[in-house]
Design a protein around this ligand. Sequence first.
Ligand code: X2X
Length: 333
Amino acid sequence: RRTILLGAAAGALAAPFIRPRAAMAAEFNYKIANNQPLEHPSNIRLAEAVKAILDETGGAVDIQIFPSNQLGADTDVLGQLRSGGVEFFQLSPIILSTLVPNASINGVGFAFPDYDTVWAAMDGDLGAYERGQIENAGLVVMEKIWDNGFRQTTSSSKPIVTPADYEGFKIRVPVSPLWTSLFTAFGAAPASINFAEVYTALQTGIVDGQENPLAIMKVAKMWEVQKYLSMTNHMWDGFWLLGNRRAWQALPENHQEVVARHFNEGAMNQRKDVMELNASLRSDLESEGFVFNDVDPKPFEDKLREQGFYAEWKKTYGDEAWAILEAAVGRSL
Ligand code: X2X
């Protein structure tokens, strides 16, 4: 059995996910990294998937999970994925846009009204479009995207009720031009900070707020450093499961099939887990101390339009991509 080195503190360095070792040395020892704590459904389903892959390949493909940014901040791990230092990586398409510009198109502000529309789009033409862009950039991507969720806004000082509440608001955003642009359009002061540093940034007051889906608020214990949780639902975000192309091509076809099948099954199960969690997360987070408020998205979308946000991003993504987005959400933006 592997030595257990699980660090108690978030950010513990290179602590491997605990899992019994294959009876025989594996032919392919691969790593998969992500930014989420072990308790997040992503890592629970990933643990199942890598175990099934190990079993079904007769011990040939042994993939170790490195959660919680143990291999580095997201933008660093993206570099490791490209060089082959890490073989697999789960990453938000919006952060991935630092390498694949049009991958972030699902993150356009207020584009998606609900999850049904999200899954039809991401399992349909919009997802296929993003995967095509990702493959053109030299990376491998699994077919099914994992859920991060609809993003909500937290603050240490005040609830966000109207767009004016964002004015001058110091908010952490993940590293991506789309996020910076969105909050700049609201007159906020966005700071690009990798997830690995968010808790500390909030604790030390470098920023007043941040935005994330409820499941992340829970596993990252955001109530310890934030007070108000405003249901802004300003974008939907997921995690593509990416692969290094050389590492992928080194796998025989029958192993590729097993790996892809279990990763995609993991995504489908993780979506259900997050959905079930969503039903209880609000009351759960309220009992942890968060003060919730609901938000009417209409004035926020109007403000973005007035600021030229949609026109600017239509130009950036191009007419073809924009048409796929509008078809996916069933309206013009
Ligand atoms: O960095 C974030 O806020 C997170 C966890 O939601 C993403 O991966 C985009």
